[in-house]
Design a protein around this ligand. Structure first.
Ligand SMILES: [Zn+2]
Length: 227
């Protein structure tokens, strides 16, 4: 096959992929925005945009690895895997001081970097915050840069409710209706991990506790990367 034919074939398949299929299975002229978005973020991953971004971002901010208390909390939550936590950096200060003026000092994750404005005091609140942000890092590792778009889209769409997955009693109802961890939006997933760590793991709640039982099937899926 000549080079032109290969290019034409690739073009045809790409256009076909981003077009919406109508009910008869025929390709519609309207592009499927979701598929297009996925293509753009996949291109970021292939071009190693996160590595390039973090190279410059770490120069513009002050970064440090997770401390011992944070690694222990992460191991308790996600399972022991020291080499995985070695890649995570916490960025504070410098350019971030300006960024935090505009986002009410809310922490956020850029790939393997947790951008953090609060003191790292190893309190239960701080470690639960770190678990929330590490869940976003884990999302990035599993689905690529599109996690960032999905998390931001949830915040724009539902504002404060983007984090609200309901009570533990509602978790039981949702589970009985066939819900999985992956059915929750990126912010709800991170909030679920945060609350599980804060109220159950670090509180040494017994395994037989009803609230713990409600969380367990969802957290099991998180730990196995089903998100
Ligand atoms: Zn979040």
């Amino acid at each position: 096959m000549g080079r032109l034919a290969i290019i034409n074939c690739c073009q045809y398949n790409l256009v076909k992929f981003i077009m919406t299929n109508n009910q008869e299975g025929k390709t519609d002229r309207k592009p499927n925005i979701w598929k297009l978005t996925r293509c753009v973020f996949r291109a970021f991953d292939i071009l190693r945009f996160p590595c390039i971004f973090e190279f410059f971002w770490h120069i513009l901010t002050k970064v440090s690895p997770l401390n011992q208390g944070e690694i222990e909390a992460a191991s308790e939550m996600f399972g022991p895997n020291p080499s995985r936590f070695n890649t995570v950096r916490i960025a504070q200060g410098r350019l971030l001081n300006i960024v935090f003026l505009f986002n009410r000092k809310r922490p956020f994750v850029t790939f393997h970097t947790i951008n953090y404005s609060r003191p790292r005091d190893n309190s239960r609140k701080h470690l639960a915050d770190i678990i929330h942000e590490l869940t976003h890092v884990y999302q990035f590792e599993l689905v690529g840069t599109i996690y960032l778009w999905e998390a931001l889209r949830a915040q724009w769409k539902w504002k404060g409710k983007a984090y609200d997955y309901g009570t533990w009693q509602e978790l039981i109802i949702k589970r009985n209706q066939g819900w999985h961890f992956r059915d929750y939006c990126r912010e709800q997933q991170a909030k679920m991990a945060e609350v599980y760590y804060r109220d159950i793991l670090s509180a040494d709640t017994p395994i037989s506790d009803n609230e713990r039982q409600a969380y367990e099937p969802f957290i099991h899926e998180l730990r196995h990367g089903d998100l």
